[in-house]
Every structure is written in structure tokens, then in C-alpha cells.
Write a protein that binds this ligand. Structure first.
Ligand code: FES
Ligand code: FE
Length: 373
């Protein structure tokens, strides 16, 4: 059966090669991840001047650091002398400068070249011109978003718009005060699957009844297979006897003060393409960042965010964290199971989307358009 023979209930997915072909992955790196805003670092993780983190954005290693003025700056993690990777650690703190381990060119926290062996003997070298290459950076929701494009797309028209279009209004996300929350827990998942598998899975709930028994207990409407993201402004309602968004439906922690009556006892999910998921519940926020590392490998960093007072109090958050941790494990296992088949001749023309998954077709169209395929 070719895709043109499909009955109206079914739409074709992308072919299997989109999930395995290194050439397609390279195209995604340059046309998507190096072109769009990319949620790189949680701002509060870089606590003081000199704190830094390195992240993989497309093919580039990007260094994000906090300057002496308290502001975050992003640079390409490449020494301007002969190109050595400047920082090889994932994170750390330098006193006042980054020094290249090869010939000791030294850069200030503002990226300017401040010292190099024999530099005084080269008075014609402009220290700013040979500083680290800057990368665009914006802070929003308590995270530093970077963009490698020379002319970044408008932040409001892309990142912010993804959230407001899904939630049906500009103030909806503000109610959660995400940038003022504290990190209760971070779990990293090394997922052996293409990043698109993870997005597609997050966009649909056709699988919820099969693989998420605990989640469907808390959100009974998920058992019907329609994801909360399917309707603009729709939040999935907690079950009648559910007290909180926890593994057993028991009571959660202090509600976020800005959450409205309308948002209470509901779960909202937002996808910010290409690599962020935001999950909103009355007492916490769960934010996923994806770092695509290879066609069949994606690192997912998942943050559970609560009111600072809740985290400081040492309250037991395990039942709260366990619910989405289990959902993550169930989802990523499913993604890995699909990834195994992407090279199969049975999947050469791809699979199909049922009506409750049809909106994933729009994601596939977006990918194709962005790649020019
Ligand atoms: Fe960095 Fe030479 S490559 S100092
Ligand atoms: Fe799921």
C-alpha cells in the first residue's frame, strides 16, 4: 500500500530513514537546531561570576557563562588561536578567565582575549577581534536560550508564541511564575532514539492507556487517547478522587500562588519546537530539554521545579517526582522500541497516524519544510 492509497482515517508518517540517516540528521542540525532558539542552560545553575556550562547545540559546542556583571553570555567553545576546544568539562567555575589548555590563550568572562604568550610582542593584534565568537542569548522562564543564527528568528514570535498559542493566552504561563521556581530534582535520560520520536510521542496520548497506568489514574481523560495538546487552551482535569499530581494521586505540595481557579487541578502540556516540553500542574512545573547527539541518540534533561520555600523546607517530593519520572521511562522505552525498527524494510515508507495523532502530520510537514525536503 502506498501512502496515496491510505483511507482517510490514516495519514502517512515520515519514512524510517528520517530517523536513522546521518545526512538528514546533519541537515536538522544546520536547518533546525543551529537556526532556532535552543533552550540551553537553566540560569540558576550558573550561580555566580565565572560559573559556566557547555552544551551541544547542533554541531557546535556552546559555552554559557556568567560574567562579572552578573549577566549570562554565550560563546562558541572554540579557541580563536588554532581551534582547540576551550572548555572540555560539562560545567564548572573559573576564577576570572578561560584559558585554552593548548597554548594558553586566555579570554575574559566577556570573551575578550586578555592574554597570550608573547602577545605584547604582537601589538597589531586587536584583542576584541580575536575574542571568543559570541552567540545570541535570551533568558526566559528561568532558562538561557541561545541561537546560532546570524539573524535569530523573533523570540516572541517563535518560542513565546508556541506557549501562548497552546495555552490560549499570553498570561497563562505567567501564572506559574516559572522563572522564580527552584529546582527540586533533575534527572537525565540517555535515550537511544531520534529526537523526533520523542516529540511525536509527547504530542499524542493514543499510547497513554497502554503504557501510562499511573498517569491515566490521575488524568482519566487521557485514557481516551486524546492528548491535552490537541485542543487550544485545554488542560487535562485531575480525576475526582485525585488530590495531587503524584504517583498515587495523594496530596501534592504548596500550590503556585499565581495559578488561577481555572488552572487548578489541571495538567497542561506545551511543546516548544524543536527541543522543549513544558508541563504545568498546580504545584510544580516539569521542563524537558532535549539535546540531540546522534540520529539514534538524544539526551533529555528533565527538571522538576517547585516554589523555593518548598524545596528549602526539605519536604518529601518523591511521590511528586515519581509520577513523571515513571512517565518519562515509559515514554522513552517506547521511543527506543520504535527506533529499533526505523531501518526495517517494513518501515521504509513509514507508518500511519490515526485520527487522534493526525496533528503529528503538521509536525512532519514542519520538519520537511525546514529541511527543504
Ligand atoms: Fe588555544 Fe592555541 S589552540 S591557545
Ligand atoms: Fe506518554
Amino acid at each position: 500500500m502506498t501512502t496515496t492509497d491510505l483511507p482517510p482515517s490514516l495519514l502517512a508518517t515520515l519514512p524510517g530513514t528520517y530517523y536513522t540517516d546521518p545526512a538528514i540528521f546533519a541537515l536538522e542540525q544546520s536547518k533546525i537546531f543551529e537556526a532556532d532558539w535552543f533552550c540551553a542552560v537553566r540560569s540558576a545553575d550558573l550561580a555566580g561570576p565565572g560559573a559556566f556550562e557547555t552544551v551541544q547545540v547542533g554541531k557546535e559546542s556552546v559555552l554559557v557563562s556568567r560574567g562579572r556583571d552578573g549577566k549570562l553570555t554565550a560563546f562558541l567553545n572554540v579557541c580563536r588561536h588554532r581551534g582547540a576546544r576551550l572548555c572540555t568539562e560539562d560545567s564548572g567555575t573559573v576564577k576570572r578567565a578561560f584559558q585554552c589548555p593548548y597554548h594558553a590563550w586566555t579570554y575574559g568572562l566577556d570573551g575578550k582575549l586578555i592574554a597570550a604568550p608573547n602577545l605584547t610582542g604582537m601589538p597589531d593584534v586587536d584583542r576584541t577581534a580575536f575574542g571568543l565568537t559570541k552567540v545570541h542569548l535570551r533568558e526566559w522562564l528561568g532558562y538561557a536560550w541561545v541561537c546560532l543564527a546570524d539573524e535569530p528568528p523573533p523570540f516572541d514570535g517563535t518560542v513565546v508564541a508556541a506557549v501562548t498559542e497552546r495555552l490560549g493566552g499570553e498570561s497563562a504561563i505567567e501564572a506559574y511564575g516559572v522563572d522564580g521556581l527552584a529546582l527540586g530534582k533533575r534527572i537525565e535520560y540517555d535515550v537511544k532514539a531520534n529526537w523526533k520520536q520523542i516529540i511525536e510521542n509527547f504530542m499524542e496520548c493514543y499510547h497513554c492507556a497502554t503504557i501510562h497506568p499511573e498517569l491515566t489514574e490521575v488524568l482519566p481523560e487521557f485514557a481516551d487517547g486524546y492528548a491535552a495538546q490537541y485542543y487550544v487552551g485545554h488542560g487535562a482535569e485531575f480525576g475526582g478522587d485525585v488530590q495531587g499530581f503524584t504517583i498515587d494521586g495523594s496530596e501534592g505540595v504548596d500550590r503556585l500562588p499565581g495559578v488561577t481557579e481555572d488552572q487548578d487541578r489541571k495538567y497542561y502540556a506545551v511543546t516548544i519546537r524543536p527541543q522543549v516540553f513544558v508541563n504545568l500542574v498546580p504545584d510544580h512545573v516539569i521542563l524537558h530539554r532535549m539535546f540531540p547527539l546522534a540520529p539514534d541518540r538524544t539526551l533529555v534533561r528533565c527538571d522538576w521545579l517547585y516554589l523555593p520555600g518548598v524545596v528549602e523546607s526539605g519536604k518529601d517530593l518523591t511521590r511528586s517526582i515519581e509520577l513523571f519520572h515513571r512517565v518519562n521511562q515509559q515514554d522513552f522505552e517506547a521511543c527506543e522500541r520504535c527506533q529499533l525498527a526505523m531501518d526495517s524494510r517494513s518501515y521504509a515508507n513509514g507508518g500511519v497516524l490515526v485520527p487522534s495523532e493526525h496533528h503529528i502530520g503538521e509536525f512532519h510537514d514542519w520538519v520537511r519544510t525546514r529541511l527543504g525536503l
